[in-house]
Write a protein of this length. Sequence first.
Length: 78
Amino acid sequence: MTAEQITLAIGEDELARTAEALGREPADLAADIALTLPRLIDTASPDGRIGPASTQDSAGGVHFARQRQTRCCAGRVS
C-alpha cells in the first residue's frame, strides 16, 4: 500500500483537513496510514477472516469496518 493509494482513497481535501487537525503534513499522514493500515487489517482479520459481530472490539471497530465495506465496496474487487 502506498501513500498515493491512501490519498486517492481518502481524497486530497479530507486528507488535508485531517492532517491539519492533527498538526501533520498530508503526505506524512498518508505515508503513516499506508504503513499502518495493512498491519491493522491483519490484526482485525486473522487468516483473512472477520469473525461474527460478537467478536467486535469494545468500540465496535470490526462491525463498523464490515458495515463500511458492505456499503462502499460491494461488488468491487481490488
